[in-house]
Structure formats: C-alpha cells, structure tokens
Design a protein around this ligand. Structure first.
Ligand code: PLP
Length: 470
C-alpha cells in the first residue's frame, strides 16, 4: 500500500503512454525491454536506455517545465524525489508502488560567490549532489536501479540479490536502497582503499561486505563474473539504468536556473558514468526543446588515475577530436581522490561520445592541487570531498589558462559530502598527508580553561598575527 501522502493532490499523468528500451551505444542492431536482465549487447557494446521521443513530444516543452516545477519537492509519492519527479523521462514503466525512493535529488545549487571571486569568476555555482541520503550522487542512479529490480521481481524475475564493485559510494547507495526494498545486497570493496564512513555505510545497512585484496578494477572483474549468474543483478554504472537517474542532475541544473543553461559544467571522472549521464540529461532537454543552448563539459581526473586525460592529450596534440582509439588502460596509482582511482573505466565509450558532443575538455589535478583546492573552498563555507577538490583544482587551471572566462556561468558538480572523507581533511590540517605540504592548515589551539589565555589568543588572531585566511 502507498503512504497516505501518496494519494494527496499533485500532478499525475498517465505514464504508461511513455516507453523506453535498451539499445547498443555503438548502434549494433537490437532492442531489449527494460525488464530484461542484460548489461551488454551480445556483441560486446555497452547498452543505453532509449526513450520514445515521439511520445514525449506530445507534451510541449512549456508543459513539461510546468509539470516538473509543480512536482519539485512536493509530497505526492513518488514525484517529490528529484529523480521520480521526472519519471516519464527516466523509467516510465515502473509502478508507483515499486519505486524505492529515499527522496534523493532536489539538491542545492548555490552561488559560490566568495570562492568564485578568489578564482576571478563572478558566476560560479556548486551543484551539491552530496547532500543526499547516503552522501553522494550515487543515490540518483541507485533509486532507479533498485526500483527496476523491485519491479522485475514483482513481475516474476528470479533475482535473489544485487551486487556491485565499488570505490565506496556506490556500495553505500546500493546497500541503503537494497535495505529499503528488502532485497539482499553484496558489495565488493578494494581493501584499505575506502574511507571509514564509506565502509561502515554498507555494514550498517546489512549488506554482505567483501573486502578484496585488489583495486577497484579487480573488484569490477570479480563482480562481472558473479553476475553472469542471472539471479545476481549487477548494480554498477555499466548498467545503464543508473545513468537514467544520474542524468537528472542536468535537468535539475537547468530547472534551477529557470531553464537557462550555464556555459560550463565540471565533474570529477573515474568510471566515467557520471559525465556520460550529465551529457545525456542535457541532450534529452535539447531534444525535447526545454533548452536550446549547448554548454561545454569538463571531465576532471586525478593525475594519478588519468587514463582519459592522457587519451584527450593524445587527441589534442594530434589536432583532432578524441576517439576511443586514443585510450589505453592503466593501473591507477593511489590517490586522495579514492573514489576515482580507476584505470580502466567501464563507461569510456559513452564518455568519449559525451565529450565530443559537448566540445568537452579533460583536465587533471595533482594531489597537492586537489588537497589545497578543497581546503581553500572549505574556507569559503563549503565542505568538499577530495573528488570535488579535483574538479575545483581543474577549474582554477582552466580559468588561469583563460579557457574559462571571468563572466562565464560555471557549475561544479560536487559529487559527495565532505563528512564521508574526514580522515583526509583531518590529515590535511595536521599536515600529515603523504607527499602534500598543506598550504592552509588550521589546527585547534590547545589551551587551559583560563579566560585570559583564551582572550589573549583571540586578540592574537584578530590582530592578524595568527590569521589563517587564504
Ligand atoms: C564521490 C565521487 N565522485 C566522483 C565519482 C566518479 O564518477 P564516475 O565513476 O561515474 O566517473 C565517484 C564514483 O565512484 C564518486 O564516488
């Protein structure tokens, strides 16, 4: 039975008139229903969800805008979710009672006035995808995947569990949504390469947590093997259902700017599902006439896990646009941006297409650059994860190189909450990060309980002697 508020007022339309299906990204023949357990085309290509645009065009762009706005943050189940408020564009076939939602999406998009001014930008915005149920943008894709699995089980599919390989955030999201749905979850994590908060999340949600003596790419190989068994459903972003939820980041950004499109969107990239999803969202907005301008995308990589950056440089140096042939997998080195420590990204073909379509740029940031970018932005009131630090550091480089102009409207997609990465922040401020000399550490001053001593310290700080302002 649906919750009481589910039957309240609000805007319902007959979603069954809308259809979507799986098709190969590379154009190989064939389509499959979204209820099928299939992750790749039989000849190997990645799949994507294709929507019946003719049916979607029966509503005009102004009608879609009004519908999305009426539902935004509302209480009518499940449309108050940022993802399910766009249900017809995401997964129209799912019955409302099978939606597994923890009210994801609808995240802040705020003007980073002070940090922007420090970089020389007047129109910098942060899309705070980490202020979400499990603290990262992964909730957006996971609500779609787990709802789809619940629908499949309701329709008789013999699925016994869902499984993923993860650098931390995917497993947290899968475990939470799996627990909410009552579907068993198995997560494979690279041992000692995720933060304590990321590890405890799936433990707390009752997932079967396997800590493997390998890196993320190794975990990915294992999970692909496990999910050859059709009763174990693959929850990684290779599964294109995830992309459908994550693409709502772009729809929300456009909506939050009253359907105006920024000039640039920057996003950290590891397995490259998110950059592909963001492109897909903007493409759907263009196809359905809700926007008319094409922005530019920037994929931001850690220097120690930069296979896409290297491919991009190869293409730029040869004076042509990026192709999959420019790419060579690597063994990613250890990076503070642990969730993007990936050397062989699964969604590469989609990301290459996205970057070509959106006149994309790929930039990289060193460990020092990303750590200082986090600290500097935190000083202006943010509380960033190291991956967002990669994007912020890349932004600085592109502004310094005058590729991004001072009056351009720029959105940085912040992908996780800083509270999931407190070891990293603490070590920065203790000047204990390997290979990083912290530019602006800020340690607590230890004092007795003597008011005069505290007053003396306060004067010292306010008079500038101990000022730690960047
Ligand atoms: C916090 C965070 N940022 C960025 C990414 C990169 O996203 P993608 O792997 O889709 O490129 C991830 C992926 O795990 C992540 O957890």
């Amino acid at each position: 039975m649906l919750p009481r508020h589910a039957r309240g007022g609000g805007v319902t339309i007959a979603v069954m008139q809308y259809r979507a299906w799986f098709a190969a990204v590379d154009g190989s023949a064939g389509t499959w229903p979204l209820s099928e357990v299939i992750y790749r085309h039989p000849e190997g290509s990645l799949l994507e969800v294709v929507h019946d645009l003719t049916a979607l065009r029966r509503r005009s762009a102004p009608q879609w805008k009004r519908l999305f706005e009426d539902r935004y943050h509302g209480t009518q189940w499940p449309y108050g979710s940022g993802v399910w408020g766009k249900k017809e564009w995401v997964q129209p076939h799912i019955a409302d009672e099978n939606v597994v939602s923890l009210l994801e999406g609808g995240t802040n998009l705020f003007w980073a006035e002070r940090y922007g001014a420090q970089l020389g930008l007047s129109d910098l915005w942060i899309k705070q995808c980490g202020t979400s149920h499990t603290g990262s943008f992964k909730d957006l894709g996971m609500t779609v995947l787990v709802s789809s699995v619940k629908q499949m089980i309701a329709d008789g599919a013999p699925i016994r569990a869902m499984a993923c390989a993860s650098t931390g955030d995917t497993s947290a999201a899968l475990a939470a949504y799996g627990a909410a749905a009552g579907i068993p979850v198995l997560v494979l994590l690279p041992r000692a390469k995720v933060s304590a908060a990321q590890l405890v999340q799936p433990m707390a949600n009752g997932a079967h947590v396997c800590s493997l003596d390998t890196d993320f790419d190794g975990c990915m190989r294992v999970v692909q093997r496990l999910t050859e068994d059709p009763t174990i459903y693959l929850a990684n972003s290779m599964n294109s259902l995830r992309v459908e939820g994550q693409k709502t980041i772009s729809i929300e950004i456009a909506q939050q700017f009253d359907w105006e499109v920024p000039d640039w969107v920057l996003v950290p990239g590891g397995n490259l599902g998110n950059v592909s999803a963001i492109a897909k969202g903007f493409t759907q907005l263009l196809e359905l006439g809700l926007i008319s301008k094409k922005l530019r995308l920037v994929c931001c990589q850690a220097e120690r896990a930069n296979p896409l950056y290297r491919a991009y440089r190869r293409a730029v140096d040869a004076g042509r646009s990026l192709t999959e042939d420019d790419f060579e997998p690597q063994t990613a080195e250890r990076t503070l941006a642990s969730a993007i420590q990936i050397g062989d990204p699964v969604s590469l073909p989609k990301a290459v297409r996205a970057l070509v379509e959106y006149d994309g740029v790929v930039e990289q940031a060193s460990e020092v650059e990303l750590a200082d970018a986090v600290a500097q932005a935190d000083r202006t009131g943010m509380f960033n994860c190291p991956h967002t630090g990669v994007a912020l550091a890349c932004l600085r480089k592109l502004v310094d190189a005058r590729q991004i102009g001072p009056r351009d409207r720029v959105v940085v997609v912040s992908t996780a909450h800083g509270l999931k990465f407190t070891e990293f922040k603490t070590r920065y401020h203790e000047q204990a990060l390997d290979g990083v000399t912290s530019a602006i550490p800020n340690r607590p001053v230890e004092m007795s309980g003597d008011p005069d001593q505290v007053l003396g310290e306060l004067h010292r700080v306010l008079d500038g002697a101990g000022s730690q302002d960047a």
